[in-house]
Design a protein around this ligand. Structure first.
Ligand SMILES: CC(C)(COP(=O)(O)OP(=O)(O)OC[C@H]1O[C@@H](n2cnc3c(N)ncnc32)[C@H](O)[C@@H]1O)[C@@H](O)C(=O)NCCC(=O)NCCS
Ligand SMILES: Nc1ncnc2c1ncn2[C@@H]1O[C@H](COP(=O)(O)OP(=O)(O)OP(=O)(O)O)[C@@H](O)[C@H]1O
Length: 219
């Protein structure tokens, strides 16, 4: 652990990794492990939050589309309310995504550029909707974090203090797990302990190093 996934002074192509998985699958914990191993990581959820801050273009578009009722008293977006709307109204979800995703795409590329400039050989982005948004071609490899529906529901209920029905609502509008599994290069099975999940992340990193570092070293 603690090994830096960088090669200072050695120019080579940056390997771009997408980490995806359904809501509550454990993507954030997987990404934390990658980060602890020296991999530069950003989260598309965080980039999406930044994209809708007051005065941003997406913030203006959201207010125009959903009205001022979508704002809290301090002018920020009422996220639980918007979450409820998009789980019930597909057109609303598509509109929201059309405001937010372009900005997230730009910031993702900035992350990869800055990781490459710092000499990293590998960088990752946590992208919940990677397959839904058809972004797989933008990555050299996709890691899917997978978990049984029941396990995920319980984790979301505990983490977010929401009902079973609320926990299921986002799952319903996401792509089927089986389809995601077919499209992924690596699958982390996250139904067990955190230690078991960490061991799988470390193994994936070893495989990536075996596959790609040799290419970088050989030019
Ligand atoms: C709907 C919003 C306001 C809910 O905010 P909230 O703080 O409650 O949740 P958060 O942003 O942390 O997202 C939690 C999870 O919800 C799921 N989710 C979010 N947006 C979507 C969506 N459009 N479709 C399906 N699932 C989604 C993802 O699994 C995500 O990891 C927010 O997620 C949002 O603005 N979504 C639209 C932008 C988007 O598509 N983000 C996903 C990454 S680019
Ligand atoms: N192997 C595990 N053992 C116990 N708890 C876990 C495990 N994996 C994840 N969790 C817990 O489950 C919850 C969901 O994990 P995490 O937040 O990493 O998922 P996520 O995929 O990033 O979720 P979201 O899509 O909602 O952002 C968290 O509270 C996390 O601590």
């Amino acid at each position: 652990m603690g090994r830096q996934h960088t090669t200072p002074g050695q120019p080579c192509r940056l390997i771009k990794i997408g980490v995806t998985g359904g809501v509550g699958s454990g993507k954030s914990l997987v990404c934390r492990r990658l980060q602890a191993s020296g991999v530069p990581v950003v989260s598309a959820d965080q980039l999406a939050r930044q994209a809708v801050e007051p005065h941003s273009r997406a913030h203006k578009q959201i207010v125009k589309r959903f009205g001022k009722d979508i704002l809290t008293a301090d002018g920020t977006i009422d996220r639980p309310r918007l979450r409820q709307i998009i789980t019930q109204d597909e057109a609303a979800r598509r509109d929201l995504e059309s405001y937010v995703h372009p900005e997230v795409g730009v910031q993702m590329q900035n992350h990869f550029r800055s990781a490459a400039a710092q000499g990293a050989w590998l960088a990752a982005v946590e992208v919940p909707l990677l397959f839904e948004a058809g972004l797989q071609d933008q990555f050299d490899a996709v890691i899917l974090v997978s978990g049984d529906t029941e396990v995920r529901i319980h984790r979301i209920m505990q983490r977010d203090n929401v009902s079973r029905q609320q926990a299921r609502a986002l799952m319903h509008i996401q792509m089927e797990e089986a389809q995601k599994r077919r499209m992924s290069d690596f699958i982390i099975e996250n139904n067990g302990s955190i230690d078991q999940m960490h061991a799988q992340v470390d193994r994936v990193l070893e495989k990536l190093a075996e596959k790609y570092k040799k290419i970088g070293e050989n030019g």
